[in-house]
Write a protein that binds this ligand. Structure first.
Ligand code: ASP
Ligand code: MG
Length: 421
């Protein structure tokens, strides 16, 4: 059994959905669980719907939603002929689910509504794909993942209840493979035990694929992306970037931690724990080998460059010159966790803690709360450069002539925070 994940870009239009069919034809007689994201930029569009609704702009929310409906209906007309009616009926049921909600007034928190609305993107894309595959005689079963992946009610960032989820997969998903080679389901979403939809965090479909792979003991997971392989730097900025045919799980975790947008960081643990390799392959050129990520240690990696723009350095300095330790630091970690703020660079001095963050609205809140224990200073407009497996030449290339605000080196990783020009 394999698990395939198709991201938003790989199903963003008619040709691409058809290409998914082509790819599957290369794997006859294989049992494959397919996890899909919402089409193209649907998730962003649904976020806008939720915002408008929550801010009381009901008409705007409904109008924005019409755009999303049209897009899916139009696509279904070109994609499925024989099964057009049942496809349209299924899509309309999901539309109704959202419209029903949009006609009300918000009485619960924003995150709750976010999940109820945004999850529809994956319901729609998976419905289209499943019907298209059936149309081209690729028999498949479609599963509403909200009956399978159980989470707590921490909306927008649900924590998976693994035991219940495993039970559901064994009882409801595994039996489908007795009759079908292909099962199609949704990434990114789950539900509470009260049947309220939840999401697992943006870009969370990779993680969903890993959950299924872990529980189903899959032989491999393939993430189909619009890249030929994982590269050592962003090829749009560095044309000399090279492909990395093999990576270890720990390398990928490190890369994700420093901000490389390769794979959702939560994806690795469930795979590593069961020693399930992860392949990143190109849906445009499926015959290319891509990148294989596994527990095998990989030697002689090229320097890996991760660059994060719009960074903010925050200095938390203890107010009474006491060491930055104990309770105040714990308090700080609690606030960061509560706000879902991760820093990709930290440095301690005797009386201060320096942390680097993405520039978001949440930082003002962090500064305000931390102000109880610390003097807080913020420096904006920074770029964080992380070089894994660095060489001196590589460091010079990135730092020469730059104003270095902070630097940090371990045996494997060099990081520089520099002023953006
Ligand atoms: N559709 C969701 C998002 O755009 C989940 C995913 O693509 O992984 O964040
Ligand atoms: Mg995506």
């Amino acid at each position: 059994m394999k698990v395939f994940k198709f991201g938003g870009a790989s199903i963003s239009n008619l040709e691409r959905i058809k290409a998914v069919g082509e790819i599957l034809l290369q794997y006859p007689n294989e049992k494959i669980l397919i996890v899909v994201s919402a089409m193209g930029k649907t998730t962003n569009a649904l976020e806008k719907v939720t915002e408008a609704f929550f801010e009381g702009r009901q008409e705007e929310a409904l109008a924005l939603f019409i755009g999303i409906k049209q897009q899916h209906l139009t696509l279904s007309k070109y994609l499925v002929y024989l099964r057009w009616q049942e496809t349209e009926k299924a899509l309309k049921e999901f539309f109704t689910e959202v419209e029903w909600l949009l006609h009300d007034k918000p009485v619960r928190g924003y995150d709750y509504y976010y999940d109820q609305v945004v999850c529809i993107g994956e319901m729609l894309s998976s419905t289209l794909l499943s019907n298209y595959l059936a149309e081209i005689n690729i028999k498949n079963a479609w599963v509403d993942v909200r009956d399978i992946i159980r989470t707590d009610n921490n909306f927008r960032n649900g924590t998976v209840d693994w035991d219940t989820t495993a039970m559901h997969i064994k009882d409801q998903v595994s039996p489908l493979f007795l009759e079908n080679n292909i099962v199609v389901t949704q990434g990114f979403i789950g539900a509470t035990d009260e049947n309220e939809s939840t999401t697992l965090g943006r870009e969370g479909s990779d993680f969903s694929a890993a959950i299924f792979a872990n529980i189903l003991d899959a032989e491999e997971v393939v993430i189909w992306k619009d890249v030929e392989a994982v590269m050592n730097a962003d090829p749009s900025k560095f044309p000399e970037a090279v492909k990395m045919p093999e990576l270890s799980f720990s390398e990928v975790i490190e890369m994700a931690y420093y901000g490389a947008q390769v794979i959702h960081p939560k994806t690795i643990k469930p795979l590593e724990n069961k020693n399930i390799p992860l392949l990143v392959k190109s849906f445009l050129q499926p015959t290319l080998p891509g990148t294989r990520i596994s527990s095998t240690r990989v030697k002689n990696l090229p320097p890996i460059i991760v660059i994060k723009e719009k960074q903010v350095l925050i200095k938390f300095q203890s107010k009474d010159f006491s060491f930055v330790s104990g309770q105040p630091v714990e308090f700080l970690h609690d606030i960061m966790e509560h706000l879902h703020l991760d820093s990709s660079l930290r440095q301690h001095t005797a009386i201060s803690l320096l942390c680097c963050f993405d520039d978001t609205d949440k930082l003002a809140l962090l500064a305000e709360k931390a102000g109880e224990f610390f003097d807080v200073e913020m420096l904006r407009g920074l770029r964080l450069i992380t070089i894994r497996h660095y060489t001196e030449a590589e460091i010079e290339r990135f730092t020469d002539g730059e104003q270095i605000i902070l630097s940090q080196k371990t045996k494997e990783t060099a990081q520089f925070l520099i002023a953006e020009n």
